[in-house]
Design a protein around this ligand. Structure first.
Ligand code: NAP
Length: 248
């Protein structure tokens, strides 16, 4: 049984990492897909593979999630073509770190613009369609450091903590409209975002992962499939760890 048959789903930041793997898994489960990224052409191979392999109805949309007008146009495109949006996965995000005392305002702004303000904007845009259809599912990507904090990651931790808090707030406000809002809080997941911190730091952090391995994007994507599906029909306001038992 496919879990997402005919559900109209949007995944932001789908050109690589967790977003790309989620697009694969959603396609396997029969979803109608809108995948987004901001570099023109970066979704071409994904679109080709999924439409050939699973005959997925998949549309690439190119915009920067921080561009409010472009984000609105993207949601309007979904409305025009399918008249509904069942699942929004707010996956696009960045990690930029510096130690306390060296954190510049640009770093704070860049991280919060993408990881927090764009997520709030996307939730508001999706909400307009979902309230009308009296159903919907929004999934945000927090992080283990958003719940626990991490040394050297003040800004990124704060941004992902904000995602956890706004997930819970939105879940409370939107539940009466039939809209579920949840988040996952991944630990160390083997993507470009993690690799940017370097092998030495990754090996050091891995010592704190009880399962003794990095997570793969598929580990997160499988949980996202569950949350997006009707199997999770009574689950809202949850922040689900996907971290192999990590302690930061
Ligand atoms: P990734 O491999 O760096 O992928 C991030 C994706 O987001 C890319 O496709 C990127 O596009 C896109 N993106 C970034 N800024 C964007 C913008 N302004 N507008 C549109 N798209 C944008 O990262 P990932 O590891 O898969 O991370 C996905 C999410 O999981 C993020 O929210 C991250 O914070 C969270 N997370 C990751 C980990 C981990 O260990 N990997 C742990 C906890 C949480 P380009 O490819 O064009 O740059």
């Amino acid at each position: 049984m496919e879990l997402l048959t005919n559900k109209v789903c949007m995944i932001t930041g789908a050109s690589r990492g967790i977003g790309r793997e989620t697009a694969y898994r959603f396609a396997e489960e029969g979803a109608v897909l809108y995948v987004t990224d901001y570099q023109d052409g970066s979704l071409d191979s994904l679109v080709d593979i999924l439409s050939e392999k699973y005959h997925t109805d998949i549309t690439p949309l190119y915009f920067d999630v921080t561009d409010e007008r472009a984000a609105k146009a993207a949601i309007m495109e979904v409305k025009k073509r399918h008249g509904r949006l069942d699942v929004l996965v707010n996956n696009a995000g960045i990690m930029r770190d510096n130690v306390i005392g060296m954190i510049g305002q640009k770093l704070v702004k860049d991280v919060f613009d993408i990881n927090v303000f764009a997520v709030i904007n996307m939730i508001q845009l999706a909400n307009r369609l979902m309230v009308r259809q009296k159903s919907g599912c929004i999934i945000n990507i927090s992080s283990i450091v958003g719940v626990e904090g991490a040394a050297g990651q003040l800004v990124y931790s704060a941004s992902k903590g904000a995602v956890a808090a706004l997930t819970k707030a939105a879940a409370k406000e939107l539940a009466p409209h039939g809209i579920r809002v949840n988040a996952v809080a991944p630990g160390l997941i083997n993507t470009g975002l993690l690799q940017a911190i370097g092998d030495e730091k990754i090996a050091e952090n891995l010592k704190n992962v009880k399962m003794g391995r990095l997570g793969e994007p598929l580990d997160v994507a499988n949980v996202l499939v569950f949350l997006a599906s009707d199997l999770a029909g009574y689950v809202t306001g949850e922040i689900i760890g996907v971290d192999g038992g990590a302690q930061v």
